[in-house]
Unconditional design. Sequence first.
Length: 139
Amino acid sequence: MEREYLALSVLAFVAYSLVAPLLKVAMETVPSTMAVFLSNTIMLGLLGGLLLYQGVSPRPYLSHPKTPHIVAWGVLLAIGLLAYYRALELGPVSIVVPIYGLFIAVSSIIGIVALEESLTVRNGLGIVFAVLAVVLMSL
């Protein structure tokens, strides 16, 4: 269980690696806004089923002190997904995905600055190389 996050990270990486190519194919004939709606409706249904299976109610979290953070996240997620899907509809996966992927470097920087996470030389170099990789892939 201690390293379960690593296995889940790999699963997320593998699953999410297929998202952009599948979206690109689907959005040859499905508008991006409809793709966001349909894919997130499926996600909501699956999550609702999981909560039901686990016997967990979202009700206590509606008034939780951290709920405003989740609301802000939901708004930003919707904006980000709408923009990402539209960018994939209009542009090549090989350019859109790396630019979108910069959120990894920016989120890491925010974690270091705002959440006081440690910055190592290796992490710093990783952020620099991630940005460099995106620049090189997007030219």
